[in-house]
Design a protein. Structure first.
Length: 500
């Protein structure tokens, strides 16, 4: 084990530590040192660490102690034994993995870092993670990756797991290039060679990133805020009891898991959609989302959505993109584990029915009757599949679904009306021997069709009663029943926005 006690404001550059290294921050190295604002206390540039341990065993009276690691490789980080409460650590353009577990650490910042597997961050007061495209410097990355004998494509394709436990304040943000420029560009205003050339990622390169963020909250911790803005995740997981605010905005998430989450102050989710629809999932499992706000969420773009035994309480849904028809709503499920969609619980359809009714109630509360009626329709489809529902109730639900999609479609009853009335009119004409008797066609029969569909027409509107066959009255009666039914279903669907 190698021991290093660095001198404040003395930068360490291009060092390879082949053995395990402990950086020990002691009180004595600060004797006769004046605090300099705007400078890192300890700086490491382009250094390589096998195992890096940062240690501090005593309180240090210094305004702010900061450690900066830039363009470094840290195979394993261990940050545990810290006593003083004024230590901040910054990692910039660094490859690293390991853990940091200490409630005395003031803050940890990560900018444009790549995680080698997993990084565990526990009980830290403040964590700031950012990806900023405007300060990607290919010369520095190229030098570091050549030293490691790996390509940048292989690096960015690696799975990156941030696992954060009981952080008081967390921010995760990205600042992507909004111009049409891609690839290398010249930064003429920079004087240093390493910073003169910048790089903007292509859309394909951005899709290579596999960033996964797992956040866990404990009820005994006084969390302040979790804020995620303009980011891209392969997966985002939230679990536990959180007292502070949760805000996730303008973020693309392929797999979004909310499991056993309860929010005391509520949460807001705005403008969330998947990066790719293939295999994208949302799971909300045994959570209490009272006072939460889902705004502009692209639910219809996700391949699978599971709401399982979740309380929405006073949850608000606004401008959310729900599927356009009941068939698409089949992606909305009530699974105990979204990773095993084939394992449906015994009361699957009943749970699904009740979840849809909850969502319908929340949408009605905001006046969104357009989306709430979709949920009413799909909840009725789920109700129809519950085993202990009577056959007559299932029959009613089935005919309503078939005839006007539970009051949503005015086209269906018109189509069914046209089909049945035409077929029955042909049968009626056959029964009274007015067609298919000879080759001459009477064009007035076309006009009599409108008398046939008139519910108030007389039985002998076309021929005298003595010409009736055994089937004539039966066909006429069936026509009146079906015509009345489809007219009612049409009116019911037509008045869907007037229903209370």
């Amino acid at each position: 084990m190698q021991l290093l006690e660095p001198t404040p404001y003395n930068k360490i550059v291009d060092q390879d530590y082949l053995q395990d290294l402990t950086i020990k921050i002691t009180k004595q190295v600060f004797e006769d040192i004046m605090f300099t604002d705007g400078r890192s206390t300890f700086s490491f540039l382009n250094c390589k660490f096998k195992k890096l341990i940062i240690e501090n065993e005593e309180d240090i009276e210094f305004k702010n102690i900061s450690l900066s690691f830039s363009s470094c490789y840290i195979e394993e980080l261990e940050l545990k034994n810290i006593q003083t409460k004024n230590i901040s650590i910054l990692f910039h353009s660094t490859l690293l993995s390991g853990s940091a577990d200490n409630e005395n650490i003031k803050s940890v910042h990560f900018n444009n870092c790549i995680i080698l597997g997993a990084l565990f961050l526990m009980r830290i007061k403040s964590i700031h993670i950012s990806y900023t495209e405007e300060n990607l410097f290919p010369k520095r990355w190229s030098r570091m990756l050549q030293n490691l004998s790996v390509s940048y494509i292989d690096i960015i394709k690696r799975k990156q797991d941030y696992r954060i436990y009981d952080c008081l304040e967390l921010s995760f943000s990205s600042n992507e290039n909004t111009s049409e420029k891609r690839g290398f560009y010249l930064r003429s205003y920079e004087s240093q060679k390493d910073y003169r050339i910048g790089y903007f990622l292509t859309d394909e390169e951005k899709d290579y990133f596999n960033i996964n963020l797992y956040i866990k909250y404990s009820s005994e911790i006084d969390h302040k805020e979790t804020k995620i803005i303009n980011s891209r995740f392969n997966s985002l997981s939230l679990t536990g009891y959180v007292k502070g605010n949760i805000s996730i905005e303008n973020t693309k998430i392929n797999n979004w898991y909310i499991r056993d989450l309860s929010t005391e102050s509520g949460a807001s989710f705005y403008n969330i959609s998947p990066i790719k629809t293939i295999d994208s999932k949302i799971e909300i499992h045994k959570s209490n989302l009272d006072k939460s706000w889902f705004d502009n969420i692209a639910f219809s773009s996700y391949k699978l959505i599971s709401f399982y035994r979740t309380k929405f309480g006073k949850t608000t849904f606004t401008s959310c993109d729900f599927p356009s028809n009941s068939t698409s709503f089949e992606n909305f499920t009530a699974l105990e584990n979204v990773h095993y969609p084939e394992n449906k619980p015994d009361k699957y359809y009943k749970d699904q029915y009740e979840i849809f009714l909850q969502l319908k109630g929340q949408l009605e509360g905001t006046g969104n009757f357009y989306e709430s009626q979709k949920l009413q329709a799909i909840s009725n489809d789920a109700l129809m599949k519950i085993e202990d529902i009577s056959r007559w109730d299932k029959f009613i639900l089935f005919t309503n679904s078939l005839s006007n999609n539970h009051g949503l479609s005015i086209a269906r009853p018109l189509k069914w009306f046209a089909l049945f009335s035409f077929v029955l009119y042909i049968l009626y004409l056959i029964s009274v021997r007015r067609i298919f008797i000879d080759t001459n066609f009477d064009p007035t029969l076309i006009g009599y069709y409108f008398s046939f569909i008139d519910l108030t027409h007389r039985n002998d509107f076309l021929v005298e009663k003595r010409e009736f066959s055994a089937w004539t009255l039966s066909i006429d009666y069936i026509n009146k029943v079906l015509t009345s039914y489809f007219i009612y279903q049409f009116i019911s669907a037509f008045r869907k926005y007037g229903k209370k």
